[in-house]
Every structure is written in structure tokens, then in C-alpha cells.
Design a protein around this ligand. Structure first.
Ligand code: SF4
Ligand code: SF4
Length: 95
């Protein structure tokens, strides 16, 4: 989901509150390139974003999905727009 959809509130109709969408962090994340940034962690009211050692001893953000309320604060805080709310993939149901 892009920022415009989030800021207009239209994302709520996608069923996010019901767990039908998930926060994703893309490779554009500054921390994945070695830049010191923890803005998303600092913005999260639920402490759902932590940092763990990644490749090359970089510390990269990691989401605790069970704590995330999809409030979107991390999306609007990220300076490079690396965080988005994406529909969760569901397995097809065959009758
Ligand atoms: S705020 Fe954005 S750039 Fe910074 S660590 Fe979080 S996802 Fe990466
Ligand atoms: S959507 Fe809200 S609760 Fe979830 S990680 Fe981002 S700031 Fe935290």
C-alpha cells in the first residue's frame, strides 16, 4: 500500500484491522545499507520493531507481527518510504 492510500484512510477497507494485511520492510531501508536509522522503531507505540544483526554485521529492522496493530506510524515516519502495508498472501481454496 502506498502512502496516499494510507493517509486517506482507504487502507482500512482492505481489512487491515482484521489481519488481512501485513507490514513489509523493503530493501530501500537505510539500515540495510549501513546507514544508522532506527526511526521506525522509535515511532512504534507497540515496540513491534526491533533490530537484529544482519549481513555484514549491520543491524536491520525486524517486525514482531503479533505486536503490530497496523497503526501505520512507521510507514509515515520512514524517511525513504521503505515500509508499506501489503495484503497478505492467502492460499487458494479449492472446492
Ligand atoms: S525508518 Fe525506514 S530506513 Fe529507517 S530503519 Fe526503519 S525501515 Fe529502515
Ligand atoms: S504499523 Fe504501527 S504497530 Fe505496526 S510496526 Fe508500524 S508503528 Fe508499530
Amino acid at each position: 500500500m502506498n502512502r496516499r492510500l494510507f493517509l486517506t484512510g482507504n487502507w482500512r477497507t482492505s481489512g487491515a484491522a482484521g489481519g488481512e494485511a501485513a507490514i513489509e520492510i523493503a530493501d530501500a531501508c537505510l539500515a540495510r545499507s549501513g546507514v544508522a536509522c532506527m526511526a521506525c522503531r522509535d515511532a512504534c507505540p507497540e515496540d513491534a520493531i526491533g533490530f537484529r544483526p544482519g549481513p555484514g554485521r549491520l543491524f536491520v529492522p525486524e517486525l514482531a507481527d503479533d505486536l503490530c496493530t497496523r497503526c501505520g506510524r512507521c510507514i509515515t515516519t520512514c524517511p525513504v518510504g521503505a515500509i508499506s502495508l501489503m495484503p497478505e498472501h492467502r492460499e487458494a481454496v479449492h472446492a
